[in-house]
Design a protein around this ligand. Structure first.
Ligand code: AKB
Length: 317
C-alpha cells in the first residue's frame, strides 16, 4: 500500500505548492491537505481536505487517525516579521504544532515527519558569509528562537524515541502561485508583482542587504529528496542548511531591469532591516549535498525569467 500523507498548513505559500507536487508523485487521494481554512479551488478540488487547527492536538490526531496517515509535513508557522508583532502567539503556534506531531510519531501513529526550519536559526554572532552547518547560533528574533528550539526538539525525539523526523533550513522562498505572508524575505516576491503592475517598487530592505534565497521548485525538490532518502543517509536530525541563490535588492532589481527597462526601485528600510541584518548572506550546504545529493537548479537569472513569464500571464487574467 502506498504512502498516505497529511500536510498541515497546506494553503500557505509552501504548503499549497507542496500539496500539488506530492499529489503528482503519490496520487491525489494519498495526499490529505489540511489548514485552518479552505484554500484555492485547484487544491480543494484535486484531493482530500480537512479543516485542522495545528495548535489543537485532538484535531491533528483525528486527521491522522481518520486517514491512516504515514507521513506528516508540518508547514503551519508564523514567519519572522509577523512573529515580532505577536511573540506569544508565534511561540505557541510554532512550538505546540511541532510537539503535537512529534508526540504522535513517538506514539507510533506517524512513521515520518517533515518539519521546516529556517535560516532564521542564525543570528548576529553567526559568520554571515557561507554560513556553515555547525556554527554559533544565537537567533535574535522570536521566529528564529522558535525554529532553533524546534531543531533541538527534533534531534531529541530522534535520539531518545527513534522518531524519523527530517528537516531543512529554508532560505527565503520565491514563487508565483501563492504569495508569502509575514516574512522578511517577502520583498523578493513582491518586487516581481510591482515590477509588472507599477514598474516601480519601494523596498523595505536596504539596497545592499544580501540574503539566501531559493526558487520554490528547488525548495520542493529538496523537501521531496530528504523525505525519500533512506533513513541512514539523513545523518543530521536537527536541520540541514540549504543554500540556493544569494542576492541583494539592488541585484534582483538589476536583473528585472533587463526584462523591464523602465523599472525603478527605491529603498525605505523598516523594522525588517534589523531582522535581515541578523541573518546570513549566504549558506554552505555541503552536508545536504554529501548526505542526500542535494543540488539547486535555479539562479537569479533563470528564476527571474520564470517569475516574470508566469506572473505576466496570471496577472492578465
Ligand atoms: C521569513 O522571511 O521569515 C522566512 C524565512 C527566511 O524563514 N521566509
Amino acid at each position: 500500500m502506498s504512502t498516505k500523507i497529511l500536510i498541515i498548513g497546506a494553503c500557505g505559500q509552501i504548503g499549497s505548492e507542496l500539496t500539488m507536487k506530492l499529489r503528482e508523485i503519490y496520487g491525489n487521494d494519498q495526499v490529505v491537505a489540511s489548514d485552518i481554512r479552505e484554500g484555492k479551488p485547484e487544491l480543494m478540488a484535486s484531493g482530500p481536505f480537512e479543516i485542522v487547527n495545528a495548535m489543537e492536538f485532538e484535531q491533528v490526531a483525528q486527521a491522522v487517525e481518520k486517514h491512516q496517515i504515514d507521513e506528516v509535513y508540518l508547514m503551519a508557522a508564523m514567519l519572522s516579521a509577523t512573529a515580532e508583532k505577536n511573540p506569544a502567539f508565534a511561540w505557541d503556534l510554532n512550538m505546540n504544532s511541532l510537539f503535537h506531531v512529534l508526540n504522535l510519531a513517538k506514539e507510533g501513529k506517524i512513521k515520518k515527519v517533515f518539519w521546516p526550519s529556517s535560516i532564521a536559526v542564525f543570528g548576529p554572532t553567526t559568520p554571515r558569509i557561507n554560513t556553515p552547518q555547525y556554527t554559533v547560533m544565537e537567533p535574535s528574533t522570536v521566529y528564529g528562537i522558535s525554529k532553533q528550539t524546534g531543531e533541538r526538539w527534533c534531534e531529541y525525539y530522534h535520539a531518545k524515541f527513534g522518531v524519523d523526523v527530517r528537516s531543512i533550513r529554508y532560505p527565503g522562498l520565491i514563487s508565483w502561485t501563492t504569495p508569502p505572508g509575514g516574512g522578511t524575505t517577502d520583498y523578493a516576491v513582491d518586487i516581481y508583482y510591482k515590477a509588472l503592475e507599477d514598474k516601480k517598487y519601494t523596498c523595505f530592505l536596504a539596497e545592499n542587504t544580501a540574503l539566501p534565497m531559493m526558487y520554490m521548485d528547488d525548495a520542493l525538490a529538496a523537501t521531496v529528496a530528504i523525505m525519500q532518502a533512506p533513513a541512514e543517509k539523513v545523518k543530521i536530525r536537527s536541520s540541514y542548511n540549504l543554500g540556493g541563490i544569494s542576492f541583494t535588492p539592488a541585484e534582483i532589481a538589476a536583473e528585472i531591469k533587463t526584462h523591464i527597462p523602465e523599472f525603478t526601485i527605491d529603498y525605505a528600510p523598516d523594522f525588517r532591516q534589523a531582522i535581515a541584518d541578523s541573518w546570513p548572506a549566504s549558506i554552505d550546504d555541503t552536508a545536504a549535498q554529501t548526505d542526500w545529493n542535494w543540488k539547486h537548479q535555479y539562479d537569479l537569472k533563470s528564476m527571474t525569467q520564470v517569475m516574470l513569464d508566469n506572473l505576466a500571464i496570471s496577472l492578465s487574467k
